[in-house]
Design a protein around this ligand. Sequence first.
Ligand SMILES: [Zn+2]
Length: 80
Amino acid sequence: MYGYRCEYCEGTVQPLKVKREAFKHKSGFVILEDVTIGICNTCGNRYYSADILHAVNDIATGAKSPDRIDQIPVTHLESA
Ligand SMILES: [Zn+2]
């Protein structure tokens, strides 16, 4: 499903198995674990298969329940 040419450079998109990958969506984040994403071997741009994007969308919209909910630490910088 990967192995195609990068959209941004001459590189090739290679499959890469990652422990965690965070996806941003309208109302927050979804984290997928042990997922195979595509990464360009030249510029490092990340690519996601339709399966991954569907899974993120299903969790984000509540169509599917997540395995668990992790809390994400949030803070403000006083000096910012
Ligand atoms: Zn590239």
